[in-house]
Design a protein around this ligand. Structure first.
Ligand code: ARG
Ligand code: ZN
Length: 876
């Protein structure tokens, strides 16, 4: 059933201490708990513990075994009547981790035992108050076969370890920090580790370890380095120090998400922690750095201060994503990081906001919480925190963060508590700003302007509106920080808002943040000596769709001369979008295709300017993706084939027009230096591979470059870029052999095999569907491994629009068939795979087929709540 935020009630019982004992076995695992309970309300209410798929062997209160009539077992828990106000409740349960394919609770990945408890996996381990506002001090003992499982880990400090008299051994861990059950973790396996140490600002020496299966020992160094940099950065920028003597990371191959911030025992999807130049691309390195930082930062934003209930999920996730983005910006290029994040937000989060699962940053209801680990909670939540940062300024924001952590240390709190700490520390009123937490949907900011040459005044007319979303027909105006500047002939102009004193102290008088907080507003600038081009939404200062009717020459000016790097990129995107859209119209009307040379001209200029950051040039050369173009077309108007053809035609035209400079830069950017995942090298490779992409697209003769690069590359970034160019722009005889060779060379590296699967799933040729079907039978494919499913099935449905949207509906059928099978194996993954089908409203001529598959799924017997929720909401 549906759970509502407004029904929240504080827990009637507390669990001050939790003692757990695990007997790990190949057939059975026995979990014995001792919960030190305290009733928190005056009346004697029954205790309702959560529990799923558990076999209860024994239950006792204060060491007295309970008679069967003293408790009731239900599908999702254990109800106990008449407890003393304070007592120790003990349960003995049997579970079978080796059969747990949901990868929630305690399960096995290869030969290793591991856990994933967030959000509600702990209830698959033992009966408990599995809610984040019940915080408890955990003591955990584990016994297991000493040969198979020499390493036994849990949260906190290792208290004791001893051999047992048979072949087994025993350890005990104690975590002094009270925590909710979702932060519990256990790992047992035959693991090896690397070790390092970190001295905190306060002088605490912390032992850092990364545990992996022996095959992965050579791939841990980069994550260790990223961890140490994260620890230092959080001290310097947020004043947050680590609080225990030990910090462990474990890599597992079977994992539903990216990673998990369990107290002092972070567990990672191996794809998000293991790195080596042979197997990891530059993008992979950057992802690892960001995720290691993200999980580490949760130690404060998530663990020391946690969530009261799951409606508050963005309290920890939005804030922590903001923190990891700031970290990445400080480690590399701030503008490039911003561009990457905004590009993802605008493609995927905007689509979520416009779709059937749209929800506010603080949702008001859900059926299955696992469905709400979304781009809205994470990325839009981070944008909301970023706007607070913009409104308050650096110093006040830091004061607000300090106050939040000190005021709520050790507590389970709400988004409201976060905003109030920001208000209290800054003296700023965020009353209306709070609507960002409660209203779903992406606001549209519409801007028009006028210039009066006589009075030298320039006026911006700004209005905002927000489309209806499920359950929210009407929206109130948001507070939108609109960062802007004005571009004149000789550069950005000084800004004087009419009726406002100019602050001569501020160094930069060419940049302003306008506060838009009404439906319509006007901003008048004085002393503007020429008609300017407005530079709007600099740095993407708010998660809104901006409407301003730029002509192409204005976009070219912004692109080459605005002070704001984000606006330069965004103008290139807008220009490319205009040109591609025009080609789409020409193609569909049968008119002659004329590709505006302004775009290729602007790109040539970018390529010729060697003073620019190559990473930024690569970002600016990247044409808007096909899913972004589909989203831009609007509901009922996206024609995937037309989009694909138009985008390819534009790309080819650019490749032809810029051929000489592309070749020149391709050659000049080659390097003989040993591979480093440094910003400088990554930037050079990014631009070089984007040159290769254009060249291979434009002219079959350049496929030779791609092939040569594939053969000679000394790292995975360049090797895969070469292979990808062959696979995307070549014919079967260009790519068949390289793909086969690549597999032979790397079949022993599961993370590389996943990239191989993903590339083949995304190839736009007509054979894609059959190829994907074939690869599902490949010995290296496994429906129970989420990384493989994401690579092959997710790659096909998410990155191969022309084949997924085949007019015969076979693409949809393939996806729905897989989802039907995964529904019982791993509901979380099944539900995530549904996303492409939920966008059915966009696709002209395909809506009925897409809906048909959703209806077929809806009719399945025993639908998991995960799949049920997404399917039914999508069909409403
Ligand atoms: N808290 C984890 C992170 O942000 C993600 C956990 C996801 N769990 C889930 N059931 N979806 O890093
Ligand atoms: Zn997180």
């Amino acid at each position: 059933g549906t759970i509502y935020l407004e029904d929240y009630q504080a827990p009637p019982y507390l669990i001050n201490r939790t003692e757990l004992h695990f007997e790990l076995g190949e057939e059975d695992t026995i979990v014995t708990s001792r919960l030190h309970l305290l009733r928190a309300v005056a009346e004697d209410v029954p205790l309702q513990l959560h529990g799923q798929e558990l076999e209860l062997l024994q239950v006792s209160v204060d060491n007295e075994e309970l008679a069967e009539e003293a408790y009731q077992l239900t599908d999702d828990g254990l109800l106990i009547h008449q407890l003393p106000e304070q007592c120790v409740l003990s349960c003995k349960t049997r579970i079978r981790p080796q059969d747990n394919t949901s990868l929630e609770g305690l399960y096995k990945s290869h030969r290793m035992f591991c856990t994933q408890c967030e959000a509600e996996g702990f209830r698959k381990i033992t009966y408990y108050l599995d809610r984040p506002d019940v915080m408890s001090v955990f003591t955990v003992s584990i016994e297991a076969d000493a040969k198979r499982y020499p390493v036994l880990l849990s949260n906190g400090n290792l208290l004791e370890t001893k051999p047992l008299d048979n072949t087994r051994h025993w350890v005990q861990w104690h975590d002094p920090f009270p925590k909710p059950a979702y932060l519990f973790a256990l790992v047992a396996g035959d693991l090896e580790h690397i070790e390092d140490s970190f001295r905190t600002a306060g002088g605490r020496d912390v032992t850092l370890r990364i545990y992996v299966e022996p095959k992965d020992m050579g791939k841990c160094d980069y994550a260790m380095d990223a961890l140490k940099r994260s620890m230092r950065w959080d001290e310097e920028v947020f004043g947050r120090e680590y609080d225990l003597d030990i910090f462990n990371i474990v890599a597992v191959d079977d994992f539903n998400m990216g990673a998990m911030e369990n107290k002092s025992l972070n567990i990672f999807n191996s794809s998000c922690v293991l790195a080596h130049p042979d197997i990891t691309t530059d993008a992979g390195y950057q992802r690892i750095e960001a995720i290691v930082a993200h999980e580490y930062f949760h130690n404060w934003s998530g663990n020391r201060v946690t969530c009261r209930d799951w409606f508050q999920l963005s309290l920890k996730e939005g804030f922590t994503v903001f923190r990891d983005a700031e970290f990445s910006s400080d480690m590399g290029s701030r503008t490039v990081k911003r561009v990457e994040d905004v590009s993802m937000l605008r493609t995927a989060q905007f689509a979520e906001d416009a779709g059937p699962m749209a929800h506010p940053v603080r949702p008001e209801s859900y059926i299955e919480i696992n469905n709400f680990y979304t781009l809205t909670i994470y990325e839009k939540g981070a944008e909301v925190v970023r706007m607070i940062h913009t409104l308050l300024g650096e110093e006040n924001f830091r004061a607000g963060s300090d106050l939040y952590f000190s005021r709520h240390d050790g507590q389970a709190v709400t988004c409201e508590d976060f905003v109030r700490a920001m208000e209290d520390a800054s003296g700023m009123d965020l009353g209306q700003f709070r609507r960002w937490y409660s209203q779903a949907g992406t606001p549209i900011l519409s801007v028009t302007d006028s210039y009066d040459a006589e009075s030298n005044t320039y006026t911006l007319d700004v209005s905002q509106r927000c489309p209806a979303t499920p359950g929210q027909a009407q929206k109130q105006p948001f507070v939108i920080p609109l960062a802007m500047g004005l571009l004149g002939d000789a550069g950005n102009l000084p800004l004087t808002l009419a009726g406002q004193e100019t602050d001569h102290e501020t160094e930069d008088n060419t940049h302003k943040v306008l506060i838009v907080d009404q439906e319509r507003q006007q901003f008048v600038f004085d002393d503007v000596r020429e008609r300017p081009v407005p530079s709007l939404l600099r740095g993407f200062s708010a998660p809104v769709r901006l409407e301003y009717d730029y002509d192409r020459s204005a976009l070219c000016q912004l692109m080459s001369r605005d002070d704001d790097g984000f606006v330069r990129w965004d103008s290139a995107q807008a220009l490319a979008l205009q040109v591609i859209t025009e080609v789409q119209q020409q193609l569909s009307s049968g008119a002659a295709v004329v590709i505006d040379p302004l775009l290729s001209g602007a790109f040539v200029q970018l390529l010729e300017d060697t003073s620019l950051d190559p990473a930024m040039v690569a970002e600016m050369l990247a044409l808007p993706g096909e899913s972004y173009l589909a989203e831009q077309a609007g509901e009922g108007a996206a024609d995937v084939d037309l989009i694909h053809r138009a985008r390819a035609a534009v790309k080819q035209a650019i490749g032809e027009a810029a051929e000489q400079v592309l070749l020149a830069r391709y050659q000049a950017l080659s390097s003989v230096d040993a591979y480093q995942p440094s910003g400088d090298q990554i930037a050079r490779r990014a631009l070089r591979n984007s040159c290769l992409d254009y060249l291979a697209c434009a002219n079959g003769a350049h496929l030779g470059l791609a092939h040569a690069q594939f053969l000679s590359a000394g790292n995975m970034t360049d090797r895969l870029a070469g292979l990808r160019a062959l696979a995307f722009y070549g014919a079967a005889n260009d790519w068949a052999q390289p793909l086969a060779d690549f597999y032979q060379d790397w079949r022993h590296e599961t993370l590389v095999v996943n990239q191989w699967l993903q590339l083949q799933a995304a190839m736009p040729d007509g054979g894609a569907l059959d190829r994907v079907r074939g690869l599902m039978e490949h010995p290296d494919f496994d429906l129970r491994n989420p990384n493989k499913v994401r690579a092959l099935i997710g790659g096909f449905a998410g990155q191969n629009p022309v084949n997924f949207h085949r007019t015969d509906g076979e693409g949809y059928r393939l996806l729905a068939d897989v989802i039907a099978r995964l529904n019982s194996i791993n509901p979380q993954i099944a539900s995530r795979l549904l996303a492409p089908l939920t966008k059915w409203r966009y696709y002209a001529g395909r809506q009925d087929m897409m809906r048909g598959e959703l209806q077929r799924l809806a009719a399945l017997p025993e639908l998991s709540p995960d799949v049920y929720e997404v399917v039914t909401k999508s069909l409403q």
